[in-house]
Design a protein. Structure first.
Length: 397
């Protein structure tokens, strides 16, 4: 028994001594010697950056390769795992030539001698997008169309001249990574003014500013307290799970407040609304029912149409359900990320939180008082339609 106790005490003391000799250092079997350099480095210049391909040194302890460079007067670096042979750097706001150093790094953070290569980035995304900007007058402001072929995260900044100081001030901003789209600037009076636009990316690169002058068209907000639900032949019921039609225009956008068709209900799904005034419509916003389990899913409309008329449709004509109605617009809901069903990005959520906006054609649009939604397809394929909220603008007659 005494022998066992002595052996146990000796083992504990030995373990304690060993623990005190441990050193804090990177794990692994990496060598204390600097690794060899990457070889056969090739450079491909891309918009605002470059891509390097290379061969790894003959060293099993390489952990990663890093590229060290200067951008906007700040030294930066990009890293790539030892399991790949390419590394990408981006974020340059010009096409100037510059030098990049590539290093191999082992498991003990020992770095190789650098391999230097010159790069000359192609035209950066901010300039490509800026060159594509097209402002166009619209109701209550103007619309900016853009192309963003590289799908870079950026912001389009809209400026307006302040009437008091005569200085340009930031009026609105649109953040996107969409390949193409339109950005609406609203809430402006119908009088001439000077405006500007420029682009900024996530690396704080700025494009030149484009200046222009225009006169927005007059636009009125339609008071939703005047809206009334109409029951017309050919329409379907909107009252599933207490999702009454009136919840589509009660200024409440939430997961528990929505209009919902009966389920299952074969498409198309039609809903008629009395706007309460005669109006030449300019645009409307459509909010889907928010929520991770329903946004761009469930009964969220993907394809639908809007019809209009000025005279009261009464009960309608069951033999000709579109008698007296004029097709105003085909609507196709957009998902900025393009992700599959059940997956939504932050941009998707922000886009819908602002309301998906549709502008009516500006030519030959009739004066209407009654509008009719016709839902043709849901995002999930489910045989139901939900409406979170709708808002309309136009020139009240």
């Amino acid at each position: 028994m005494k022998i066992k106790i002595n052996l146990l005490i000796t083992g504990i003391v030995f373990a304690l001594v060993c623990c005190t000799e441990d050193k804090h250092e990177p794990l692994g079997s990496g060598s204390d010697t600097a690794p060899g350099m990457v070889r056969n480095v090739q450079v491909e210049n891309i918009p605002g950056g470059a891509v390097f391909t290379y061969d790894m040194p003959d060293d099993v302890d390489i952990q990663y390769v890093k590229a060290v460079y200067v951008s906007n007067n700040v030294q930066k670096e990009a890293r790539a795992s030892a399991y790949v042979n390419t590394i990408k750097i981006e974020g340059f706001g010009d096409t100037n030539e510059r030098t990049v150093k590539l290093y191999a790094v082992n498991r003990k953070e020992k770095i190789s001698e650098p391999v230097e290569r010159s790069i000359q980035p192609l035209t950066p995304p901010i300039r490509l997008v800026q060159e594509s900007l097209q402002p166009d007058v619209d109701f209550g402001g103007f619309v900016i169309s853009f192309q963003n072929e590289t799908k870079t995260d950026l912001a389009i900044i809209a400026l307006a001249r302040d009437s008091a100081t005569q200085n340009f001030v930031e009026y609105d901003a649109f953040y996107t990574s969409m390949e193409e789209g339109k950005f609406s600037v609203r809430g402006l009076p119908d009088k001439p003014n000077d405006f500007g636009m420029y682009i900024v990316d996530r690396w704080n690169n700025y494009s030149d500013t484009i200046f222009f002058t225009l006169t927005p068209w007059r636009e009125d907000y339609l008071d939703k307290t005047l809206f009334l639900y109409k029951t017309v032949q050919g329409d379907v019921g909107f009252n599933y799970y207490n999702g009454t039609p009136q919840k589509a225009w009660n200024n409440n956008v939430s997961n528990g407040d929505y209009a919902h068709t009966n389920f299952p209900e074969e498409f198309p799904h039609r809903l008629t609304i009395d706007l309460g005034v005669d109006v030449k419509l300019s645009r409307f916003k459509f909010w889907q029912r928010p929520g991770a389990d329903v946004l761009y899913q469930h009964g969220a409309p993907k394809v639908y149409r809007i019809y209009g008329r000025q005279d009261d449709p009464g009960a309608g004509n069951i033999d000709n359900i579109f008698e007296g109605w004029t097709l105003l617009m085909d609507c196709y809901s957009v998902k900025p990320s393009g992700l599959p069903l059940g997956q939504n990005s932050g941009e998707d959520e922000e886009y819908q939180a602002l309301g998906e906006e549709f502008s009516f054609p500006r030519v030959d649009l009739p004066i209407v008082r009654y509008i009719r939604f016709e839902m043709l397809e849901s995002w999930s394929g489910m045989k139901c339609s939900t409406i979170g909220e709708v808002t309309f603008w136009g020139e009240i007659q």
